[in-house]
Every structure is written in C-alpha cells, then in structure tokens.
Ligand binder design. Structure first.
Ligand code: 5GP
Length: 180
C-alpha cells in the first residue's frame, strides 16, 4: 500500500538495494588502482539516504563530505537558479571526487555544481546518480555510475521529498498531488 500522497511504487526497497549493490561494485572496481584519496560528496538533502547506503557498498577507504545546493523550492518545477547554501568542509584538490546525487532531471543544477567543483582542481571527478530522467534533460551531463533511468514523473521517497516530506519513505514512489 503506497504512502498517502504517493500513487504508486516505482522502485521497491529490494529493487533499490540491488541497484545500490551493483553501483557499489562498479565504483569499487573503478577506483581499485587509484592511489588518490577518494572523497564521496553528497548533495543535500536529497542524496543523504542513498549516500548512506552507497558508501557501505564501496569497498575501499574514503572520506565523505556534503554540500547543500538550493534549486527547487516547494514546487515540482526547476527554477534553474542554483545557490551554494552550505559548502564542503574538505578540500577536493588532488583527490578523487565522487559526486552523489539522488536524481538528475534537467541537469541544470548538476552541471553548475560540476563546473564549480572542477574549478577546485580535483584529481578526478565522477558522477553517480540513483535516478536519471533522460527525457527531461536540458543540459548535457556525463553520468559515470547510473542507478536507473525513470520516466518523466515526480518521484518521492528514499531521500527525495515533496515540500520536505516523504524523505523517510523506504521506497521510491510517484507523487500524486497534495493530501491533507
Ligand atoms: P535538475 O537540475 O537536474 O533539474 O534537478 C535536480 C534536482 O531537482 C534534484 O537534486 C532534486 O532535488 C530535484 N528533482 C528533480 N526531479 C525530481 C523528482 O522527480 N522528485 C523530487 N523529489 N525531486 C526532484
């Protein structure tokens, strides 16, 4: 039975776990010969649940950090404006950076963050997203580790919100409009 306000389950807990395990294997394999320090950077708030699960599937030493970018308000459409609300604590210069995102939609937010982080001269910068909405893309984004392509629906759960709600829902569901 979906959570009130979510019309249907898009990805179950089990499907998410299997995607995250596969991403963890791909990422572990990718960095296996690198001597650089790996820093896994999560974009708050949407990525916090995914990132918590993902880092435990990456079998190598790492450090973690978070950054808060504001793009969406309480609406389901992108304003296109991006603001750094909270920057990283750590320097990324000379480190392997793995940027972790919950969902890439138009690509506007992400491309701006990527450009900014590249300016800090990391040894490498790779991108991992759990969900990808290719049909909505406005800006080209190279995704190195992609969980799953999804249709053009507004989704919530597993860290993703509508008006800050639903982040604790353990699956990804399709949002069906406000409920009282
Ligand atoms: P983009 O700049 O790629 O259009 O937007 C990326 C951000 O928009 C994501 O980090 C997420 O916060 C928000 N977003 C895009 N699509 C969805 C969606 O279907 N559900 C939710 N909850 N947020 C979304």
């Amino acid at each position: 039975m979906p959570e009130q306000g979510l019309t249907r389950t898009l990805l179950s807990k089990e499907e998410i776990a299997s995607i995250v395990a596969r991403l963890g294997r791909e990422i572990t394999e990718h960095y296996k010969d690198s001597d650089n320090e790996l820093i896994v950077v999560g974009l708050l708030r949407g990525s916090f649940v995914f990132m918590a699960d993902l880092v435990r599937q990456i079998k190598r030493p790492m450090i973690t950090d978070f950054m808060t970018i504001s793009s969406y308000g309480d609406s389901t459409t992108s304003s296109g404006d991006v603001k750094v609300v909270m920057d990283l604590d750590e320097s990324i210069t000379g480190r392997d950076v793995l940027l972790v995102e919950d969902i890439i939609d138009t690509g506007n937010t992400f491309s701006k963050v990527v450009r900014m982080l590249k300016g800090r001269k990391p040894a490498s910068l790779r991108i991992c997203t759990l969900l990808n909405k290719p049909s909505r893309r406005q800006v080209k984004v190279k995704i190195d580790f992609c969980g799953i392509d999804i249709p053009d629906e507004f989704v919530c759960g597993y860290g993703l919100d509508y008006a800050q709600k639903y982040r604790n829902v353990p699956y990804v569901g399709i949002y069906g409009g406000p409920v009282d």
